[in-house]
Unconditional design. Structure first.
Length: 393
C-alpha cells in the first residue's frame, strides 16, 4: 500500500448465529462515525467459499441454516461432537480453502483482514499470507472464551487476537500466542445503540415508554430473548410465569410469536417479532431471561438488566464459560434448567437493587476500542522499519 492510498479493511463474517454479522455491522458503523480514513468492506465468508451457491442449489438451504435451525428448535445436544467433525472437515479441505481465499485476496487487495468468525482462522491467515504477504491478519473474538483447540486461537500462525474478557486473553497467552499479538478490549462488540445510558426506573421517559406498550411502570418486567430466531423454550418459560409481565422477543419466528400470543396469562404480555429496536425494548424491562449467548448477555447487561440463564448438557460448548462470567461478577442467576424459572424470578427480584448495582457497574466499550487496536496494528504494518544505527569498530 502506498503512503497516500486509503487502507482497505475487510471484516469477515458469516451467518451462523447472528453475532458475527452484528459485530461486523457495528464495527463498520463506528469506524464510519469515528471518521476513520479507511475503505471498510464486509466479506461474507460463505459467498467467497461457495461463490456459485452450489451448496444452496444442491440442498435447498445455506450451510449456516442447519445450525440456526438447531438454535431455534433448542436441540443443541451433541454440538461439541459435531464441532469436532466440522473442524476435521476444515482441516481436510485446508488446501482448497486456502487457494479459494487467496484468489479472493489477490482480486480485492485488502490492507488489513479482520476475522469475526471461528474455526476458519488458519485458512484465512494462510491464504492472506500467500496472496498478500505482510498484510496483517486480526481475529476479533465474538465469544467470551475460546473452546480449544483451533476454535478461535491459532498459536502457530501470525494471528493478532482481540479478546473481550481477561479469561480469553489468558487462554491466548497459555496457548502460546505472543503477548504483543494479544489485545484486550472491554467486552463483546455491541451495536452503538446498546451504549445508550439505561433510563432511570422512575424517569418520565421510562414511564412513558412502558405505558406506550401496555406495561406498568413500577411492576418488574422480564425480557425473554433467544436470538434472532427465538426458541420453543420460550413457550415453557411463558407458561411457568403467568403472573410475571413479560416482553417476548421472537425474531423472525412467526409461528413462535403466534403460539405465544395465543397463550393465556394473568400478567401483561408483549410479543415482539423481528425488530431492530432490541436495545429500546431492553430499556423498557427490568431483567433478562435467555440462553447464555455472549451477545445477548452483553446486550442485557449494557442496558442494566440482571440475567437469568442456564448451563447444562444442551448449552453450546463455546457458551458454557459465559455462565461463569455471570456468576463471577454477580450479574444474575444460572439455572440448570428453565423449568426452575418460576422459582428463580422471585429470588432475583428479592435482590434486584443489588443485582442492578453490579450490572450497571460493568463496563463495555469494545466497539469503540477495537478500531483503535486495528489502527495501531495497521500503522505498525505500514510503518517503514527504523534505521539501524551503524556500529563503530
Amino acid at each position: 500500500m502506498s503512503p497516500d492510498a486509503t487502507p482497505r479493511v475487510d471484516l469477515v463474517w458469516f451467518n451462523a448465529g447472528g453475532g458475527h454479522r452484528a459485530a461486523a455491522l457495528a464495527l463498520e458503523q463506528v469506524m464510519r462515525e469515528q471518521g476513520r480514513p479507511w475503505t471498510v468492506r464486509r466479506v461474507n465468508l460463505t459467498e467467497v467459499l461457495d461463490p456459485t451457491a452450489l451448496f444452496r442449489r444442491t440442498l435447498g438451504f445455506e450451510p449456516e441454516d442447519l445450525y440456526n435451525k438447531r438454535l431455534a428448535s433448542g436441540f443443541t445436544l451433541g454440538l461439541a461432537q459435531e464441532l469436532k467433525l466440522l473442524q476435521a472437515g476444515i482441516r481436510l479441505t485446508h488446501h482448497t480453502l486456502v487457494q479459494r481465499l487467496a484468489a479472493h485476496w489477490r482480486r480485492t487487495a485488502p490492507d488489513l483482514v479482520v476475522s469475526l468468525v471461528p474455526n476458519f482462522n488458519r485458512a484465512l491467515h494462510d491464504s492472506l499470507a500467500l496472496a498478500r504477504p505482510g498484510v496483517p491478519f486480526v481475529t476479533v473474538m465474538t465469544d467470551m472464551a475460546d473452546h480449544p483447540p483451533a476454535f478461535w486461537m491459532e498459536p502457530m500462525v501470525a494471528q493478532h487476537l482481540v479478546c473481550g474478557t481477561e479469561h480469553a486473553a489468558q487462554q491466548a497467552l497459555a496457548a502460546g500466542l505472543p503477548p504483543r499479538r494479544v489485545h484486550r478490549a472491554n467486552g463483546m462488540v455491541l451495536r452503538p445503540e446498546f451504549h445508550a445510558v439505561p433510563l432511570g426506573d422512575r424517569s418520565s421517559a421510562r414511564i412513558a415508554e412502558r405505558a406506550m406498550v401496555g406495561l406498568d411502570a413500577h411492576t418488574p418486567t422480564g425480557l425473554v430473548l433467544f436470538g434472532g430466531t427465538g426458541s420453543h423454550v420460550m413457550t415453557r418459560i411463558a407458561r411457568a410465569l403467568p403472573d410475571t409481565p413479560l416482553v417476548l422477543m421472537c425474531g423472525r419466528n412467526e409461528a413462535l410469536a403466534a403460539a405465544l400470543r395465543a397463550q393465556p396469562a394473568r400478567a401483561p404480555r408483549v410479543v415482539v417479532g423481528f425488530t431492530a429496536e432490541v436495545a429500546r425494548w431492553m430499556r423498557r424491562c427490568d431483567f433478562f431471561i435467555g440462553k447464555p449467548g455472549p451477545g445477548s448477555l452483553s446486550e442485557a447487561v449494557s442496558q442494566g438488566l440482571p440475567v437469568i440463564t442456564t448451563r447444562n448438557a444442551w448449552t453450546m460448548p463455546q457458551e458454557r464459560w459465559n455462565t461463569e462470567w455471570v456468576q463471577q461478577h454477580g450479574l444474575g442467576l444460572v439455572l440448570r434448567r428453565f423449568a426452575d424459572v418460576n422459582e428463580a424470578v422471585p429470588r432475583l427480584l428479592a435482590e434486584l437493587p443489588a443485582y442492578r448495582e453490579r450490572v450497571r457497574a460493568h463496563r463495555n466499550a469494545a466497539v469503540f476500542e477495537v478500531p483503535q487496536i486495528l489502527e495501531r496494528i495497521l500503522r505498525e504494518a505500514t510503518s517503514p522499519p527504523a534505521p539501524v544505527a551503524a556500529s563503530c569498530t
